[in-house]
Design a protein around this ligand. Structure first.
Ligand SMILES: Cc1cc2nc3c(=O)[nH]c(=O)nc-3n(C[C@H](O)[C@H](O)[C@H](O)COP(=O)(O)OP(=O)(O)OC[C@H]3O[C@@H](n4cnc5c(N)ncnc54)[C@H](O)[C@@H]3O)c2cc1C
Ligand code: FES
Ligand code: FES
Length: 1300
């Protein structure tokens, strides 16, 4: 079978329209078909591997046998087009649009402020839509399950959940449900004015399921009448065959044993995409009915291997209540494990047989299927046989005992017997949508009325190349009584039996080994409980380990209402919806890669060096040029202008010319320190006399701490399109960047042309977080060289893996500190030394160090304070700006130091914090006078709102009563300086046009990246021009309208651009004064018309000069920020000490942001930044090989927070009655400060760990690095299980990954 042959016609429906394809290519996925062929760009691409949910669509099918329809969400990036024959696909465009009507899901997510950059929103909408098609009144559990596979990097999920919650029937009290007895009514005092809400549920369209798109009758007819025939589709490299009967399938497989059976494509798809695997033939058995049959026998149930995991779940849910509990032990364990496997979109397509045959090392199902004595029925041309799923079945990574031509037809799941108990456990880096670190299936059988073990099986995933059995341990347990003595022997045997070498792939060796023990212990406890419940034993069970709480509660968002005197039309201070929210939710909002292809457009791919440090001796591109589709190869020799970007006085090469840049083959700061490899200048600052002060203190403590870096993981990867205009070396650049002028300059300098030939356009950015400034200008420079060389438009959109590999992220930091304090808790001297891992180029690394040092006092008045900082040059990819710009790293060390002081003194950390806070008129360590009054108000208010003292007591009480679960609580402050210390960056300009019809076009220098700057600018213009916001439009940010823009960064975008827009509008309103006076009762439109006829200019530029900020490092003094934004956050967690798993039970955040221009936008920034901080400090872990290769190159390996990580109660309060003379309308910048408050979860985890350690007699400070992953938390608890794990001597082996 080969390309060129005439295949069948593929027929399916998209959004009610028929699609027929005569040349369907088996290698095409639905996502690219939608985006490129049909131009349905609402469905986004965020990862291409099923890990982010941005591409979610709904697939509907008709089952002629039962005459029923199924609707399910699926990832378009993994859905082969050829799989869709006979299906109906619904995309975000199909459910509603601004041109017709929008769907209630779209409306509610938009109006609940559930979108910021909006890139994830269509996926969120479609996941929720698919849920509602199946269940119009879902529970909250349904909602969180449906959204578990959809990542959002901006919002913090709370508003999305609140928008979706409005569909739930549950009587959860909150403003989201608009209940009369709302919790917000508090004391029920009718006199109390009602508090303002972020949105009004009453305004929402009702959900009317009868209005949904119907399943196409033509497809029903097709399914009912057509005689199924074999379908064949021929592509360039791959042929797709879909047989109709088992017999045909067997023949095909006999003929082509190497051809994979593609069911859900969730294993095969990623292999093809990411590992470049090529399958000349693919067999799709999705129409072979035997693979989907279910039958019951007295011994158990046979389930078709083709059933999707969701179908298996539904089946188990249906079966369990039909049988006595004792028979369904295995069914229930399987069901529980299925609930945690992957995410909804994956489970909806991934098949049971596929999961078994894929034989993943850390499969969730295989250990429990094996422990439960399941078997598979397989067929091949040689006949049928039944094969038990035991230790002989799983032979190695992705390898089973089956012959290549064998097909799994069904899986037998037996009922359990009386006295038989089955459990399945897993521990994963993230609670949901994450492969397990270790998974287990455990079964034990007792003869009736006895605690003596008749039979036991223990299977583990994650402890070898495939599912493994702890057979020796089982043998040691059999015939013994199930008690502590037997089990304690079992722990020792299992340790010997399941050994992982210290350099085992996947790392986390000690953790994985300790999980084998602690999960067995958990099983032990549950079995004891069962034996007790069934009156077999009378022993007291030491402790029942309940699952961590998981239900997301309604939360509070408190802000001040605008004054009663404010005109109803004036939007400033009101929670106005993001101006593009509806466009986000309908998929109509246009991002860079949604721009239609121009004629002859080319696509640029980057070739990266396979060696970190190498000389280029010659470049031969001849082979590349022969590849199909390759038009040209661009190298450094093609650059006509500057071959580098100047950064901090140094030159960063755009493309390697003679040598691959990474000069020093070491990756850790410690190696750089050893070799004195730093970027200059190194910085230091000191107040008082630290050395002398140390001599006078009561106590001194020295500590060291490491903190890992962070990947931006903006949902829209780096994207750009460079279009040669065709004359006089003019170029249009469409790009996703925070700094249009930097891009313009970079393109001009690279091409050797002047800036006036380059126009940079930025409509919106799908998230940036600091990562779309310097790195984007490098990429766009390279893209522009390709456009120049080929004289064609060139687009470059990085794959997620390349983006993560190339563009760097937040700097990892190592800090050493020495702190001197008095016995009463006063810190008298502190000496901090910071080393950041800057990577192979300087980028903004020195500036990051500077910001770290400037903020190192946080809210503490430490009289003798010294800070030294160095950016280490290593051979990691170069790190760059990231929300907070060093402050989240620097302050973690400071707060950790304060915690250590508390631990040494044996006092509560919040007390030591309070003792050392600035009070009254204060001066920072760089000699800036300021008032901490608003900060102290935040602190007191936060403690009050979160009921700190009572809850602290409750936490301590909980910990006294619980051995294996501990709670922890912490309250953390921040004082954050807003604006750039580099004074020239604090300027901004705006251009405002009034057209003759009265409509207004505003352009300003800020870029819209989800932070709502355009919405706020519309509010400013509306107030100043006294017109409603709908008359004001913002199209894009462009360098030909507003030149010389400063980056949208440093939390200063609204401050600067708001003043510029205000200035332009004031000028225009002033100009209209004569016509307004002449016709005081006239309308806006009449004044505008009169002005035009009166020859009054209706266009004005506005400008804001910004304050003269500076930092003088010689004198160690300055004013590096315009003012401070203050905040305090209190978090409480519950930690399972056996596994390190934790859940944030509650977070309260009090922030002083002056008078908010838009409380919904600002609260969105607070929640989003907090969640990004929570990810930074507790979850996100970059893994590098010892030679610096990045392993974590996608959402499967790198976990950002998902819905399951949202604090169960997540309250945000804006400090009332706060003014700020330094920013527009007395507001304050809020983009960055709250990232650091995510560390309240880190310190709460540390607090819980400390409680666990004290049970083992360990008190006082201890080293605990960030992020506080389950691995770190579990090991730090130092339980009897972790103590058993032998540690390998560092240096005696090569670790799989480095702790960077
Ligand atoms: C984002 C993501 C998250 C995931 N998370 C988890 C997780 O948390 N836990 C977990 O256990 N798994 C997880 N998985 C893996 C997933 O469960 C498996 O990939 C899936 O079950 C495989 O089924 P499939 O139908 O998609 O297989 P396909 O990709 O279609 O096929 C996989 C392989 O199985 C073979 N095969 C399929 N059916 C049969 C059959 N009937 N007889 C013989 N051979 C057959 C094929 O030939 C092929 O080699 C995840 C996958 C993704 C993409
Ligand atoms: S793009 Fe499909 S899941 Fe990420
Ligand atoms: S709004 Fe969700 S990723 Fe930006």
């Amino acid at each position: 079978m080969s390309a060129g042959k005439q295949g069948d016609t593929l027929c399916f429906f998209i959004n009610g329209k028929k699609v027929t394809e005569d040349d369907a290519d088996p290698e095409t996925m639905l996502l690219s078909f939608l985006r490129e062929k049909l131009r349905l760009t609402g469905t986004k691409s965020g990862c291409g591997g099923g890990g982010c949910g941005a591409c979610t669509v709904m697939v509907s099918r008709y089952q002629p046998a039962t005459k029923t329809f199924t609707h399910y969400s699926a990832n378009a990036c993994l859905l082969p087009l050829c799989q869709l024959h006979g299906a109906a696909v619904t995309t975000v465009e199909g459910i509603g649009s601004t041109k017709t009507t929008i769907h209630p899901v779209q409306e509610r997510i938009a109006k609940a402020h559930g979108s910021q950059c909006g890139f994830c929103t269509p996926g969120m909408v479609m996941s929720m839509y698919a849920l509602l098609r199946n269940k119009p009144q879902p529970t909250m559990e349904d909602v969180t399950q449906a959204l578990a596979g959809n990542l959002c990097r901006c919002t913090g999920y709370r508003p999305i959940v609140d928008g979706c919650r409005t569909f739930c029937q549950e009587a959860n009290c909150c403003q989201a449900n608009g209940d009369a007895n709302c919790c917000r009514n508090g004391d029920g005092n009718p006199e109390k004015p009602e508090e303002p809400r972020l949105f009004e549920k009453e305004e929402f369209l009702p959900l009317d399921p009868t209005q949904e798109l119907i399943f196409p009758p033509e497809l029903i007819l097709m399914a009912e009448t057509a005689n199924p025939e074999t379908l064949t589709f021929y592509g360039e490299r791959t042929t797709w065959v879909s047989p109709t009967s088992l017999e045909e399938l067997v023949q095909l497989k006999a003929k082509h044993p190497k051809a994979p059976l593609v069911m859900g494509n969730t294993n095969i798809g990623p292999d093809i995409k990411f590992k470049g695997v090529l399958h000349p033939l693919i067999i799709s058995p999705s129409r072979v009915k035997e693979l989907f049959e279910v039958s019951e026998t007295p011994q158990g149930v046979w389930v078709g291997a083709g059933c999707s995991l969701s179908e298996v779940r539904s089946l188990l849910e249906k079966l369990v209540p039909q049988f006595p509990e004792e028979k369904t032990e295995l069914l229930r364990s399987l069901n529980q494990q299925l609930g945690n496997l992957g995410n909804q979109q994956i489970r909806n397509v991934a098949s049971l047989g596929g999961n078994i045959v894929s034989a993943y090392p850390n499969s969730d199902l295989n250990p429990v299927l094996a422990a439960g004595n399941c078997k598979v029925s397989v067929i091949s041309s040689g006949g049928r046989r039944e094969v038990p799923l035991n230790q002989d079945f799983f032979m190695g990574f992705g390898k089973t005992i089956l012959n290549p031509e064998e097909i799994v037809v069904s899986v037998f799941i037996p009922f359990t017997r009386k006295g038989e108990f089955v459990r399945a456990f897993r521990q994963a880096p993230r609670k949901e949508a994450s492969f397990a670190t270790v998974s287990t299936g455990m079964r034990v059988f007792f003869s009736e009325g006895s605690r003596v073990v008749q039979d036991v099986s223990l299977y583990y995933g994650g402890m070898g190349p495939t599912t493994v059995s702890a057979a020796k341990t089982c043998t040691a347990i059999v015939a013994k009584p199930w008690d502590d003595e037997t089990l304690s022997k079992a722990y020792d045997i299992i340790l010997d039996e399941l050994v992982l070498p210290p350099s085992a792939p996947g790392g986390k060796v000690e953790f994985r080994r300790s999980l084998t023990l602690s999960l067995l212990f958990k099983f032990h406890l549950e079995v004891l409980q069962k034996l007790r419940d069934t009156n077999v034993i009378k022993d007291e069970v030491p402790e029942k380990i309940w699952p961590l709480p998981r239900e997301i509660q309604p939360s509070l968002q408190e802000f001040q209402a605008v004054s009663k005197d404010q005109s109803a039309q004036d939007p400033v201070g009101r929670p106005i919806m993001h101006r593009s929210a509806v466009g986000h939710a309908t998929g109509e909002a246009v991002y860079c890669d949604d721009i239609p292809k121009t004629d002859g457009e080319l696509f640029l791919g980057l070739v990266t060096s396979s060696r970190a440090h190498a000389k280029i001796t010659a470049v031969d591109v001849s082979q590349a040029l022969q590849l199909p589709g390759v038009v040209d190869v661009v190298t450094a020799h093609d650059i006509p202008g500057m071959k580098f970007r100047p950064m901090s006085g140094q030159e960063e090469e755009l493309m390697a010319e003679t040598e691959v840049e990474c000069l020093h083959v070491f990756v850790l700061e410690s190696e750089a320190i050893e070799k004195s490899s730093y970027y200059e200048p190194r910085r230091s600052i000191e107040r008082g006399n630290v050395t002398e002060a140390f001599e006078k203190v009561d106590q001194i403590y020295e500590g060291e701490m490491r903190m890992g870096g962070q990947e931006h993981f903006y949902m829209e990867t780096q994207s750009m399109l460079v279009v040669p205009v065709g004359e006089e070396m003019e170029f249009d650049v469409y790009v996703s960047t925070q700094s249009p002028s930097a891009i313009q300059e970079a393109v001009a300098e690279t091409l050797g042309i002047s800036s006036n030939r380059v126009t940079c356009h930025v409509k919106r950015i799908g998230g940036a977080f600091g990562g779309k400034v310097t790195k984007t200008s490098h990429l766009v420079s390279i893209t522009s060289v390709a456009a120049l060389k080929t004289n064609r438009a060139v687009r470059c959109v990085l794959e997620r893996g390349d983006d993560m590999l190339i563009t760097g992220g937040r700097h990892p930091v190592m800090a050493r500190y020495k702190v001197g304090f008095m016995n009463d808790g006063r810190i008298v001297a502190a000496d901090m030394e910071y080393f950041t891992n800057a990577g192979n180029t300087i980028d903004e690394s020195v500036l990051v160090v500077e910001k770290m040092l400037v903020h190192m006092d946080n809210v503490y008045n430490i009289p003798n304070l010294r800070g030294r900082g160095a950016a280490c040059r290593t051979n990691l990819p170069s790190n760059t700006a990231f929300r907070g710009f060093g402050v989240p790293q620097g302050l973690l060390m400071v707060e950790n130091m304060v915690n250590d002081v508390a631990a040494v003194l044996g006092r509560p950390a919040d007390e030591i914090r309070e003792i050392n806070m600035y009070r009254g008129p204060s001066v920072t360590h760089y000699k800036l006078e300021f008032s901490p009054e608003n900060f102290l108000r935040c602190w007191d208010e936060c403690k009050l709102k979160c009921d700190y003292s009572a809850r602290r007591k409750a936490v301590d009480q909980f910990n006294q009563q619980s051995r294996w679960k501990k709670r922890g609580m912490s309250i953390i402050p921040i004082k954050y300086g807003v604006a750039f210390a580099e004074s020239f960056l604090n300027q901004a300009a705006a251009l405002v046009h009034i057209y003759k019809d009265g409509s207004v076009l505003v352009t300003h220098g800020g870029t819209e990246m989800g932070q709502g700057i355009h919405t706020k600018m519309q509010q400013v213009a509306s107030r100043e021009l006294h017109i409603p916001t709908w008359k004001i439009y913002i199209s894009e940010t462009s360098t030909n309208t507003v030149p010389n823009t400063c980056p949208s960064a440093a939390s200063f975008g609204t401050d600067a651009n708001g003043m510029a827009v205000k200035n332009a509008c004031e000028i225009l309103y002033q100009r209209l004064e004569p016509v307004r006076k002449k016709n005081p009762n006239g309308t806006w439109e009449s004044w505008v018309a009169a002005a035009f006829f009166g020859k009054i200019s209706l266009s004005a530029t506005g400008y804001f000069r910004g304050e003269d900020l500076y930092m003088d490092w010689e004198k160690m003094e300055g004013r590096p920020g315009a003012y401070f934004t203050f905040g305090v956050s209190c978090s409480e967690v519950e930690l399972n000490c056996l596994t390190g798993d934790y859940r944030t039970l509650r977070t309260d955040i009090m922030v002083d942001i002056g008078r908010s221009v838009n409380p919904s936008v600002d609260i969105g920034q607070i929640e989003g930044a907090f969640m990004q901080g929570l990810g930074l400090y507790t979850l996100e872990e970059l893994k590098f090989s010892p030679s610096g290769l990045l392993y974590t190159r996608g959402p499967s390996q790198y976990k950002i927070p998902a819905v399951c990580d949202v604090p169960l109660r997540f309250n945000v309060y804006l400090l009332p009655d706060s003014d700020n003379p330094h920013a527009i309308y007395s507001s304050k910048g809020i983009g960055e400060p709250v990232v650091f408050l995510g560390s309240s979860v880190f310190f709460a985890i540390k607090d819980a760990v400390a409680a666990a350690r004290s049970d083992s007699g360990l008190v006082g400070p201890f080293t605990f690095s960030s992020p506080a992953t389950p691995e770190r938390a579990c090991l730090a608890c130092n339980s009897q299980f972790t103590q058993k794990i032998p540690t390998s001597k560092p240096g005696s082996f090569k670790p799989w990954a480095l702790n960077i």
